[in-house]
Structures are given as structure tokens and as C-alpha cells.
Design a protein around this ligand. Structure first.
Ligand code: PRT
Ligand code: MG
Length: 218
């Protein structure tokens, strides 16, 4: 059995066409079903639904053989837990967005940086934020949040946030502006290293089909 870990929402939706190119069709809609294990048209392939941030953990420890997760999630996972047993063969170019720094429209970020001010930065992505500001030589107090980062500058909890941006609509709706582009983000295929050896015969064709579909789409 091959087990593929996906999170509900955009990653699940955007992985479906890649699965189709490998001849795999998920037989249940996660938005309608309460099942956490979804069967596919292949009796030897199943999908497990996990939190986005749990995908690397499932794959690393063999709860799943393969998974799809954002580069953001991978970097944060690796900063906390290291990189044992997780092989990353492919950039799938799906669920694209960027990691940015945003502030209130009336906050003079450039001036604060120029003056060497200490910035309070709220984020779910503490490893990425720490590395970015350290490289820039800006002193920050990081405030860990698990969601709704946009609220932090509005309530006075923080001067800035580090968050994912795709259309920019969420920032705009909350009167925030992007002041730094930290990195581009897309989702990655991750594979359990032991599974890659032991289940090579069934895993390879799936990885190859994904790779072909990705290169055909650019
Ligand atoms: O929800 P949960 O805590 O379980 O995890 P998650 O929020 O990480 O999962 P999910 O499904 O929301 O995101 C999964 C992955 O999709 C992320 O890890 C990213 O790699 C990728 N992705 C792509 C995004 C976005 N685009 C995105 N726009 N993840 C989140 N957003 C959020 C962003 O945080 C912000 O709140 O959407 C809002 C901004 O969107 P715009 O379009 O208004 O700019
Ligand atoms: Mg989410």
C-alpha cells in the first residue's frame, strides 16, 4: 500500500490534477466526507488527510510514504526537528504564494529599520522570520501566533508580521502593506527515504508522472 498525506483545501485541490496524470483518482471529496482515509481507484494507493503542518511529520516517520506540503511548512519543520528521513525530490509549482513582511499602512518601516529600532514581529513562521531579520541585521522580538497574523499590527500586538501573501486582498482589507518580499513559496513533494527504497517499484512511476506533469505545465 502507498499512503499519500495531503492537507484539505488548496493543496488537496491542486494535487488532484497531478494525481490524475499518474492515473490516480481520489474516490471521495474531503469537503463532503468525514473520512480521514480516502480510497482511490487504485487498491494499492490511499490518501490520508492531515493538518498542513503535520505532513512532514507523517512522511518523516512513515505514517505516510509521500506527501505534499508548502516550502514554508518544510522550512519550519526542518528548523524545529531536523531533516532525518525526508527526501524532497520535486517542486510541484502548486499553491504558489510569497512570504512577506507587512506593516500598517501608517507605520514607517524603512525609517524604523534605518534607525535600528527593535521591531516586534508576529508570525507563525518563526524560523523564516528569525533568519530573514538576522541576515538583514534587524533586531526583532518574535511573537509566535498560530493564525490571523493580520490582526497583530492592528491591535498593537506587533509592529510587523511575516505571513504568506497570494492575491494581497487580505492585507488590503486590513490596511496593511507589504514592505519586504522574503521568498517565493510553492508546494513540494516529500518522500519517506526508507519507503523510496522498499516501495521503489510502485513509488517511482508516481514520482515520475508528477515530474512530467509539472514540466509539461511550465
Ligand atoms: O490551516 P492550517 O493551520 O491547518 O494550515 P495552513 O494554514 O498552513 O494550511 P492551508 O491549507 O491554508 O495552506 C497550505 C499551504 O498553502 C501553505 O503552507 C502555503 O504553502 C500554501 N499557500 C498558498 C497559502 C496561501 N497561498 C495563502 N494565501 N497558505 C496560506 N495563505 C493565506 C495567508 O496566510 C493569508 O492569511 O491566505 C491569506 C492571504 O491570501 P491573499 O490571497 O488574500 O493574499
Ligand atoms: Mg490555513
Amino acid at each position: 500500500m502507498i499512503t499519500l498525506a495531503l492537507s484539505k483545501g488548496r493543496i488537496f485541490q491542486e494535487t488532484l490534477p497531478l494525481l490524475a496524470s499518474a492515473g490516480i483518482e481520489v474516490l471521495e471529496d474531503p469537503e463532503k466526507s468525514r473520512k480521514l482515509i480516502l480510497p482511490t481507484n487504485r487498491p494499492d494507493v490511499q490518501v490520508v488527510l492531515v493538518r498542513a503542518s503535520d505532513v512532514p511529520t507523517y512522511v518523516e516517520y512513515g505514517g505516510a510514504d509521500v506527501g505534499v506540503c508548502g516550502k514554508d511548512t518544510l522550512i519550519e519543520h526542518q528548523a524545529e526537528w531536523g531533516t532525518h528521513g525526508l527526501y524532497q525530490p520535486l517542486d510541484l509549482r502548486i499553491a504558489k504564494c510569497r512570504m512577506s513582511v507587512a506593516v500598517r499602512a501608517d507605520f514607517d518601516y524603512a525609517n524604523a529599520v534605518r534607525q535600528g529600532a527593535r521591531l516586534a514581529v508576529a508570525t507563525k513562521y518563526t524560523a523564516i522570520a528569525r533568519e530573514f531579520f538576522a541576515t538583514k541585521g534587524v533586531h526583532v522580538d518574535l511573537i509566535k501566533l498560530y493564525g490571523s497574523m493580520e490582526l497583530a499590527p492592528l491591535t498593537g500586538l506587533a509592529d510587523a508580521i511575516v505571513d504568506l501573501v497570494s492575491t494581497g486582498n487580505t492585507l488590503k482589507a486590513n490596511h496593511l502593506v507589504e514592505v519586504e518580499h522574503i521568498m517565493d513559496i510553492s508546494s513540494r513533494l516529500v518522500v519517506n527515504q526508507a519507503a523510496l527504497k522498499v516501495k521503489q517499484a510502485s513509488l517511482r512511476p508516481i514520482i515520475d508522472a508528477f515530474a512530467q506533469a509539472v514540466s509539461a505545465s511550465v
